[in-house]
Design a protein around this ligand. Sequence first.
Ligand code: XIL
Length: 347
Amino acid sequence: MVGTKYGLAQAGAPKLRDAGQRKGLLVGSAVSNSQLRQPTFTKLLADQASIVVAENDMKWEMIHPEPDRFDFARADDLLSFAAQHGQKLRGHNLCWHNQMPPWFAQLATRENAADLLRRHIAEVAGHFAGRVHSWDVVNEAVNVTDGRPDGLRNSKWLQLLGPDYIGIAYRAASTADPKTLLTYNDYEIEPDGPNCDEKRKAVLRLLTWMRDEKIPIHSVGLQSHLRASTKLPSWAGLHQFLAAVEKLDLDVFVTELDVNDSELTGDVDERDEAVAKLYRDYLTNVFQHASVKAVLTWGLTDRDSWLNAPGRRHDERRLRPLPFDAALKPKPAFYAIADAMSAAPAR
Ligand code: XIL
C-alpha cells in the first residue's frame, strides 16, 4: 500500500505520473475542453497525468462539422496544454460509427466514402502530425451480435465500403503521421464469460487479418469500461487475449478505464472500496503483461464522468467510477491505481 486514505490526505497525494514513470508506464485521462478553464482541475491534471486524450473534441462531429470545414480549436487547446505540461496526447478517433456529423449520412455514398475517409484522416492526422503519441484509428469495428461470420460491426462504414474501410483508414493515418502509434480500440475485451470470449476471438481475427494484409498497426486499446459486482473476475480470457496480442507484436494501452458501480449496494464508502478493489485487481492483472504501456481513465473526477452525464440515469444516485471524487479529492480508486503501479514490473 502506498498509504491509507487519511495518512495520504495529510502527506499530499502521490503523483501517478511519477509512479508511472518509474515503471515505464504512461498514465492519464480523457479531458473535455471546458475542464481546461478550471484552475483547480488543470492543476490536478498537470500533477497527475503524463498523457491525455480528448473525450470528444477529435471526433468527426466536433472536428469536421461541415463537409468543407474542420474545427481544430478545442483539440489544439488540449494539445498546447499537454505540450506545456510535458504530457503526451492520444488521438481519439479517426473512424467510428458514432458521433458523426449530420452531413455525413446525407452525403456519403459507396462511390465517395473512401475519398471522404481518406480526406478526413489526411486533414486531421495531418494537422497533428508528429505530435500525437497514438491514434485510435478505427474504434469499435467489432460487434459479434451483428451476426457476420467475421464478427465485424455492421456499421455505416462497413455498409459503404465493406471490410476494406479498415485498411483504407490505417493506411491513410500512416501516410498522414508516420510517427504515431496506430491503434485499434474496442470494449468488452476485459470481462470473463462467453460473450466476451466471442468478442476477443473476433478482435484477434481482425488483428491477425490486418497483419496478414500488411495493414499498418502498432497497438491495441482496451477501453476497460468495467462494471463492479460482488465477485472479482478471473480475467482468464483477458490473459489469453493479451498473450495472443503479444505474439502479434502489438503494444497495449488501457484507454478508457472506469468502473460502473451502479450494481453495488451499500453506502458510499463500501461502494468506493469495491470500485477500488476492481481497479487494483484489473491493473495488477494487466500490468503482468509487459506490452501494456499506458493507462488512461475516462475522465479524472466523478463530477465529469460520462456515466454521470444528464439523461443517463433515471434516479438521483450519482456514480463514483473515477479516481477523484466530485470535489477533486482522491478516492480509494486513486490509491488502488498508485499501488498497482508501484507493484508493477518495470517495462
Ligand atoms: C463518450 C463520451 O464520454 C461522451 O461525452 C459522449 O457523449 C459519448 O462518447 N467509447 C468511446 C468513447 O470510444 O468515445 C465514448 O465517449 C465512450 C465509449
